[in-house]
Design a protein around this ligand. Structure first.
Ligand SMILES: C[S@@+](CC[C@H](N)C(=O)[O-])C[C@H]1O[C@@H](n2cnc3c(N)ncnc32)[C@H](O)[C@@H]1O
Length: 225
């Protein structure tokens, strides 16, 4: 465990740790997606991220029972289009309300794989009473547009752009926020920029080290009492 000001980062398994950490105002999840990552032909060679995704099993999905409405007032979950039926059915039975939103990728992977080009990626924001979305008028649109982060930037294939994270974090109510699949710590950086108190969990030592570095640097630049 590493503490950076009021923020706490755990190097470990979210399925074992999350229950012990208690209630948070908001939970932000970018878990391993479940999707068919084969194919891509000639395009694949120029997008090394696809092979990194396979190597780190980021196409194998996650255990949906980690989504627990008793542990956070609201939740945002990123997912692949193919996961939507299962996810929406699960969310609908457990939360007061939800909204399906998305972010538009300016530079999506060209791999089509007999599917649509992945230029829009969905996320779901669900909440229970008293934890509804918040934000100024201009921030309440359902789509945010950004370029993607090249896999080589932080040696991670699926780093979310901060423009997307910032918009979502501004829409989540409350001061405390947890990300159980924090990867390189993008949620933490955004949380700190918005004066929230962040907790993160990551199981890969390499990505945990990157998250510590990014979050420490964000804390030093944005220190708030
Ligand atoms: C989609 S990535 C998150 C990327 C992150 N949003 C970012 O911007 O860097 C999912 C992360 O979950 C981590 N992960 C997978 N299973 C986990 C588990 N059981 N406990 C903790 N972390 C896990 C993976 O190592 C990976 O870094």
């Amino acid at each position: 465990m590493v503490r950076i000001g009021p923020h706490t980062l755990y190097h470990g398994d979210a399925y074992r740790l999350r229950d012990r950490l208690g209630f948070f105002d908001a939970e932000f999840m970018d878990p391993p997606y479940r999707f068919d990552n084969r194919g891509g032909g000639a395009f694949r060679k120029s997008r090394t991220g696809a092979d990194m995704i396979v190597a780190e099993k980021l196409d194998q999905g996650f255990d949906i029972s980690i989504i627990n409405p008793l542990r956070a007032g609201s939740i945002v979950i990123f997912c692949h289009n193919d996961q939507l039926p299962e996810l929406l059915e699960y969310i609908d039975r457990r939360y007061q309300r939800f909204c399906l939103l998305g972010w538009i990728k300016r530079n999506p992977s060209p791999m089509c794989n007999k599917h649509y080009l992945a230029d829009v990626e969905p996320y779901v924001h669900a909440w229970n009473h008293g934890h509804h979305p918040v934000g100024k008028h201009h921030d309440m649109h359902r789509w945010v547009t950004s370029g993607t982060m090249p896999a080589k930037t932080f040696k991670h294939a699926t780093v979310k752009p901060l423009a997307v994270m910032d918009k979502i974090v501004r829409n989540m109510a409350g001061r405390t926020i947890i990300d159980p699949f924090m990867g390189t710590g993008s949620t933490g950086v955004s949380a700190i920029r918005h004066g929230k108190i962040f907790t993160g969990i990551e199981k890969s030592a390499k990505h945990f080290a990157t998250a510590v570095e990014r979050i420490r640097s964000a804390w030093e630049q944005n220190e708030t009492p």
